[in-house]
Design a protein around this ligand. Structure first.
Ligand code: BES
Ligand code: ZN
Ligand code: ZN
Length: 484
């Protein structure tokens, strides 16, 4: 799909379909709508009054284009103008994409404001994505070219939108691929194949190189698939001095629960338990393709969590990379074990700031529903910065606390800590466990994406993997690159 940008009057753009976002509080006697209304012989105003065309989010109407140069015009609701943040715009263009992708070859996207250029492209690309990767007959998109129509030159923003949109879709693809194909080794190969050509250094630790990674090895020991630690490094020539962002992503390619076996419904989406790793890989792809001038290092521990005669038992004590001992009282709380090792390792690699993404707990869904991911960490200043980056990227994120009192829930009788803290505050005690493996002097934030990484179908997005946290990480790197 080719992405282009042009400036000028939308009535002059020749495409199979012109996409026009409408707000609930729109007036047709102003701006581009005025020109479009005139080309439609004044039919738009009355149609809006009748409710045939609506600004309500995700409402769609396709019309013959009258005097416009395009063949058809598609009106898509974007909600109230004052609530039209990047995410609202992305959704509007995503809804439009789902409606046009099977029918038209050339699509023009009218921008209601030039600041929407990037979200328009991101929204269109992520909207058009389908997860039917392994079907003989895939739902092909017929769209060959997408042209963003702005008042000024928005080529650069459109290109950034293409990079981020494609990266989000790559994360979704990695998550969507079935766990028999997307093994830890396959995930490492995907990282190498995609990131090395972009200038990212990728090194995959395996076998004896993981000898000290007791958490990762403890989770992997029930599986016949070998575990890996995928390490990545982006060192641009002109990087901001004194800053190295460290990213960690949970890469459990299938979480059966281990001996603390999950019920079968709970297992259905557990191929998505590597969505945190997918988000980190995809963020590295975007950061490198955008050539962001900031150093970034990343580590994604990847393994299956399986039950077998060699699996970790309930009551086993693991000696972690940091030297701490952990009593495993539930083998389904495996994500924190592999993340603890990766966080402790990455902290030794010269990073100045850290963030991780993980489908860590079912409890975060109880706290925040499927709408926002939870953000934990320290100090508050760093957590606030991560929340600001999330907001700027359009992702919904909300803070949860890490008060010292929660540590009591992780006290073990035999080891330094245990890996479960009981039902109360389950997402918080998981984050508290992780905090114990990050040196105090390194600012660190943890994103629990368990409830946002996999979602039901939306008008603007196919069912399944969402690419949660990719845009936040890219924005965070970008904000660090330009920080004063
Ligand atoms: N991968 C799961 C968390 C999860 C649940 C992700 C639902 C996506 C959807 C994680 O490894 C897990 O099983 N966590 C347990 C922890 C508990 C045993 C303390 C959970 O949340 O139930
Ligand atoms: Zn689990
Ligand atoms: Zn898990």
């Amino acid at each position: 799909m080719e992405i282009k940008a042009t400036k000028g009057n939308p009535t002059d753009v020749a495409a199979d379909v012109l996409v026009v976002p409408l707000f609930t509080d729109d007036a047709v006697n102003r701006g581009p709508l005025k020109d479009i209304d005139r080309a439609l012989d004044g039919a738009l105003g009355p149609a809006i009054e009748r409710g045939e065309v609506q600004g309500k989010a995700n409402e769609v109407a396709v019309w013959p284009a009258g005097g416009l140069q395009s063949d058809r015009v598609l009106f898509v609701g974007a909600g109230a103008k004052r609530e039209a943040d990047v995410e609202a715009m992305r959704r509007a263009y995503g809804t439009a994409a789902r409606r046009v992708k099977g029918a038209y070859e050339s699509v023009a996207l009218l921008l209601r404001n030039d600041t929407h250029a990037r979200s328009a492209v991101e929204g269109f690309l992520t909207g058009a994505y389908e997860p039917d990767l392994l079907k003989a007959e895939r739902k092909e998109s017929r769209v060959r070219s997408v042209t963003v129509v702005g008042a000024e030159d928005v080529r650069r923003q459109a290109e950034a939108g293409r990079i981020v949109g494609e990266s989000v879709n790559w994360a979704r693809e990695l998550v969507t691929l079935p766990p028999n194909d997307m093994t830890p080794t396959a995930l490492a190969d995907a990282a190498t194949e995609t990131l090395v050509p972009l200038g990212v250094k990728v090194e995959v630790l395996t076998g004896d190189q993981l000898a000290r990674f007791g958490g990762l090895r403890g989770v992997a020991q029930g599986s016949s698939e070998p575990p890996v630690l995928i390490t990545m490094s982006w060192e641009p020539g002109r990087a901001r001095k004194g800053t190295t962002l460290g990213l960690v992503g949970k890469g459990v390619t299938f979480d059966s629960g281990g001996l603390s076996l999950k019920p079968s419904e709970g297992m259905e989406t557990m191929k998505a338990d590597m969505a945190g790793a997918a988000a980190v890989l995809a963020a590295m792809r975007a950061i490198a393709a955008l050539k962001l001038p900031v150093r970034v290092r990343a580590a994604c521990p990847a393994t299956e969590n399986m039950p077998s005669g060699t699996a970790t038992r309930v009551g086993d004590v693991l000696r972690m990379y940091s030297g701490k001992t952990v009593e495993v009282l539930n083998t389904d709380a495996e994500g924190r074990l592999i993340l603890a090792d990766a966080l402790a390792w990455l902290a030794e690699q010269g990073v100045t700031h850290m963030a991780d993404a993980a489908t860590l707990t079912g409890a975060v869904q109880i706290a925040l529903g499927n709408v926002a991911f939870g953000v934990f960490g320290r100090p508050d200043r760093w957590v606030d910065q991560v929340l600001r980056s999330a907001r700027a990227s359009g992702e919904r994120a909300w803070p949860l606390p890490l008060y010292p009192e929660y540590r009591e829930q992780l006290r073990s009788d035999v080891a330094d800590v245990k890996n479960v803290g009981g039902r109360p505050g389950g997402a918080i005690t998981a984050a508290t466990f992780l905090a114990g493996f990050v040196p105090d002097e390194i600012p660190w934030a943890h994103l629990d994406i368990a409830a946002t990484a996999w979602q039901d179908a939306k008008p603007y997005r196919a069912k399944g993997a969402t690419g949660s946290a990719v845009r936040t990480f890219v924005q965070l790197a970008s904000d660090l690159a330009s920080a004063k």
